[in-house]
Design a protein around this ligand. Structure first.
Ligand SMILES: Nc1ccn([C@@H]2O[C@H](COP(=O)(O)OP(=O)(O)OP(=O)(O)O)[C@@H](O)[C@H]2O)c(=O)n1
Ligand SMILES: C[C@](O)(CO)[C@H](O)COP(=O)(O)O
Length: 268
């Protein structure tokens, strides 16, 4: 697929697809509560360096030269608040002409992503899905994913080698918290990868995977998992340590430290 050069145009539910519509889009699911982070506002709206985490995530993907449309999937009761926050924190000029639209999410990440996909115009041919909870992903990682899709891979995932030894247990935890769990296997660590976002897809492949997903029963924990189920090849590209997900309180401490270092060294 050719590199895109088209300028951004407004996009949204029901809007016509103009001739110069965006062609690389990023869907940012941001509708989760952040239960593992602890009590407070929805995770995407919690401050990181004094700015909502979601704003960092939107800026991070918009910084990538090829991205021309960002679809933010807001908590079901929070679309208006998210729109206000994004308007109060506009993209820097360096992001170019990137349009940002907001839709409401669903009960699961998979449902939220599907809702975001529902507002893409026909002109979008490459779609990335990026967690709002990964606010510090470098633009280079985003660009690498886009480039791999445009080089012909239908599904591309940034990933890092696993550093801990991983044990497999008999079944999902059902007993009392902290109760001993029997180990059934130790997977070969050199063959394991921890996957990140943004995950990038040929648009038709991702739409098909999500269309088939509800009929498949149990949801996947990432979008590439849905594509794998269709038998479509998924490839990995190098992820980045700073693309980590803010899941638990210690992750937020790390994110604050990384951001403080960037601000001190890069004026970020
Ligand atoms: N119903 C949901 C659940 C999750 N997400 C989004 O999916 C991303 C990855 O999910 P995760 O980090 O697990 O977020 P939460 O679901 O909010 O976390 P928790 O499981 O701790 O509640 C987040 O950006 C989150 O906002 C979403 O859009 N809609
Ligand atoms: C998509 C993801 O971030 C890839 O690592 C991850 O699978 C999301 O899972 P979670 O259960 O929502 O944290």
């Amino acid at each position: 697929m050719p590199e895109e050069e088209t300028p951004a145009v407004p996009a949204g539910p029901g809007s016509p697809a103009p001739a110069d519509a965006p062609r690389t889009a990023v869907v940012i699911p941001a509708a989760g509560r952040g239960v593992r982070l602890g009590r407070g506002a929805p995770k995407a709206l919690r401050p990181l360096g004094g700015i909502p985490m979601l704003v960092h995530a939107v800026r991070a993907v918009a910084r990538a030269r090829t991205v021309r449309l960002v679809v933010v999937v807001a908590p079901p009761d929070g679309a208006a608040a998210v729109r206000t926050i994004l308007d109060e924190h506009p993209l820097p000029d360096s992001a170019g002409a990137t349009d940002v639209v907001v839709v409401t999410g669903g009960a699961t990440r998979q449902e939220s992503v599907a809702r975001g996909l529902g507002v893409l115009t026909d002109d979008v041919d490459v779609v990335l899905v990026h967690d709002a909870a990964r606010p510090l992903v470098p633009a280079e990682t985003v660009e690498a994913v886009v480039a791999a899709v445009r080089d012909g891979a239908p599904a591309v995932v940034p990933a890092l080698p696993v550093t801990d030894t991983v044990k497999q247990v008999a079944s999902p935890p059902g007993g009392a918290a902290g109760a001993p769990e029997p180990v059934v296997a130790t997977p070969e660590r050199s063959l394991l990868r921890a996957v990140q976002t943004p995950q990038g897809f040929d648009r038709d492949t991702l739409l098909k995977a999500h269309a088939q997903a509800p009929a498949e029963g149990e949801g996947a924990t990432d979008d590439a998992g849905l594509v794998e189920r269709m038998g479509v090849p998924v490839v990995l590209v190098p992820g980045h340590e700073e693309a980590f997900k803010v899941t638990r309180p210690l992750d937020l401490v790390l994110a604050e430290a990384v951001l403080a270092r960037r601000r001190a060294t890069d004026g970020f």
